[in-house]
Design a protein around this ligand. Structure first.
Ligand SMILES: [Cu+2]
Length: 604
């Protein structure tokens, strides 16, 4: 069997007229699909090779790893209600794997070494074979060591069997990621030695003088002392920042201007994927409203937004209607404002929109610190309280948010959300800070967003288009605390790294349960569950949005309902790659009966 080289798949993609201006797409039926009316053949295998790859960027060449010789790998395009057959050959000198992020499939096809399969040894080919029972925008990536960080990731698009409930004239995948010339182990080493190593944006003496001028000496001092007492820095928004990262859009930096073409008046679907190892992005297209139609591949009631924050692992599909002979910036800024990547939406190649002005680095707020009750009033107004201004924002914009923005529930499944005091367990050495209170932040666009008049997506906006299939109220609740010790750079759940967790988290097959995630840390964590959907309890009633990755804000408490409908062992982890690697990882075991599945742990 011929392995697809870059040239052959570019040629095929062009022949098919498929997406992306680079156009490298892997479809199962390249020949059959040319006669587009025909249903794709089911067993036409897709071939993927994972190998070392020299990645050129800004005059330097890095040692990347890649799928079929490109970062990201080619778009993999499947069709709902077919069987996927994907042959993955490992040409690296180490064990590798591909995980199909967001796909519901048998556990042995999920691709997590040590959890549900052995991994793919050097030189071996592993054949993934699974029924495709869903549609939408997803992605795939290696689940072995730092391979994902080094480039082993690709968009995955599943075309639906039935027509979609929205219309568009063309679509593009827009995969955002981060690239560093530093080796993953070196980055971890630096973070272990000095937590704020990559934070070059610390508050300076000049900032302090400004604060004294604005607030008076005692307020400025008190503010510094509070942060100092927690050994935290309010400018710490990301572990790894633009000081080492170049941010990429479909593998391209801003300078190379990745461009999506449109004809004026067309409806363009943009499939945004955050495939970064460590970066949350704030995404906007100045001059265009975006109509969000899917979240994590699932149809949602359309929401109009100017901007959305996307965490590693999440996907959002939006439709835009550019008009005129004008270029628009596809602008994705890192959460800490230390960098950005910009592509272009234009009627012709070679055009470029002006770069939007950069925004100020935000500071963490009292809500981020979990001091919701005690210090909120005095801090409001000086730190740009995200949580405080969302109500005015929602009513100002009306429509989407106002309709359902007020009714959010969490933890108690729809009861009025109140800040919840942290329990007596401080989770030990694995957890360096314990917020006094955690609370729902489903109406909060997040640190640094929501104060400039833009309509920013909040989780409370998301409503599944179809009502959920399982109407049962969860019969039990599992509370899991997201914990970390930034100084030692260890991360975990309930104060324990994965290596210290004695047993898997046990789900009973068929049960309906509530997983409540409590973020004790001062960072956002995108929590990803394999094998089953998480239905976000955001006040949408039967229309809870289904997500595979849920971003939990600092000092936030949120709940998801889960139907444990997939037997086997599944990963549950933070999708910040270094957090996962440093211990924020668990195995969930779904089994029959009432017994807890003891001591069958295993390392990924
Ligand atoms: Cu994390």
């Amino acid at each position: 069997m011929e392995r697809l080289t870059r040239r052959t798949f570019v040629t095929r993609a062009l022949a098919l007229g498929v997406t992306g201006s680079l156009g490298h797409t892997l479809c199962p039926p390249p020949e059959a699909a040319a006669e587009s009316a025909r249903a794709p053949r089911e067993n036409q295998p897709i071939d993927i090779a994972i190998g070392a790859y020299p990645f050129a960027l800004g005059g330097r060449v890095g040692n990347a790893m890649a799928m079929n010789g490109s970062v990201p790998g080619p778009v993999i395009r499947l069709r709902e209600n077919t069987e996927a057959v994907i042959r993955v050959t490992n040409r690296l000198p180490e064990t590798s794997s591909i995980h199909w992020h967001g796909l519901i499939l048998p556990p042995e096809m999920d691709g997590v070494p040590g959890v549900s399969f052995a991994g793919i040894r050097p030189g071996e080919t592993f054949v993934y074979r699974f029924p495709v029972r869903q549609s939408g925008t997803y992605w795939c990536h290696s689940h072995s060591g730092g391979q994902e960080l080094l480039g082993v990731y690709a968009p995955l698009v599943i075309d639906p069997a039935e027509p979609e409930p929205f219309r568009y004239d063309r679509d593009y995948t827009v995969l955002l990621s981060d690239w560093s010339f530093e080796e993953p182990a070196r980055i971890i080493g630096r973070l272990k030695t000095q937590a704020g190593y990559y934070n070059y944006q610390k508050r300076t003496l000049g900032d302090f003088i400004d604060e004294v001028a604005a607030e008076g000496l005692s307020a400025a001092l008190r503010n510094r002392l509070e942060w100092g007492a927690m050994r935290m820095d309010p400018t710490d928004l990301s572990d790894v920042t633009g000081s080492t990262y170049t941010y990429l859009l479909n593998g391209r930096p801003t300078e190379s201007n990745w461009t999506a073409l449109f004809r004026p008046g067309e409806r363009v679907r943009l499939r945004f994927i955050d495939g970064a190892a460590m970066t949350f992005f704030d995404v906007r297209i100045p001059g265009l409203r975006m109509t969000l139609v899917q979240a994590d591949g699932q149809n949602v009631e359309p929401v109009e937004v100017d901007e959305f924050r996307i965490g590693p692992g999440e996907t959002y599909d939006v439709i835009v209607e550019p008009s005129g002979d004008e270029a628009y910036a596809l602008f994705a800024e890192s959460i800490d404002r230390s960098g950005f990547v910009c592509g272009t939406l234009a009627p012709r190649e070679g055009m470029r929109a002006p770069l939007p002005p950069r925004r100020k680095r935000p500071l963490r707020t009292m809500a981020d610190m979990g001091m919701a009750h005690t210090g909120m009033d005095e801090m409001a107004g000086k730190e740009g309280m995200g949580a405080m201004n969302t109500d005015s924002r929602a009513s100002e914009h009306g429509g989407g948010a106002a309709g359902h923005g007020g009714a959010h529930g969490t933890g108690g499944g729809g009861e009025e959300a109140k800040p919840v005091p942290h329990g007596p367990d401080d989770h030990g050495i694995g957890n360096s800070s314990v917020p006094a209170f955690t609370q729902s932040r489903l109406n909060d666009p997040g640190t640094g967003l929501g104060t400039d008049g833009r309509r920013v997506l909040v989780y409370a906006d998301l409503r599944s288009l179809e009502p959920g299939a399982d109407e049962r109220e969860p019969a039990r609740e599992i509370e899991l605390h997201i914990t970390g010790n930034m100084e030692r750079y260890i991360w975990g759940f309930d104060g324990k790294k994965y290596s210290e967790a004695k047993t898997p988290i046990a789900f009973r097959y068929g049960e309906r349960l509530r997983l409540t995630l409590v973020n004790d840390t001062m960072m956002e964590h995108p929590i990803h569950l394999h094998g089953m959907w998480m239905e976000l309890e955001n006040g949408a009633g039967r229309h809870k949005p289904r997500k595979h990755t849920v971003s939990v804000k600092p000092a936030e408490r949120l709940s998801v309902a889960i139907t444990a409908d997939a037997r086997g062992r599944w990963a549950l982890h933070c999708h910040l790659l270094l957090h996962m690697d440093m211990g924020m990882f668990r195995v969930v075991e779904v089994s029959d009966g009432t017994g807890s599945p003891e001591t069958r742990g295993g390392r990924p």
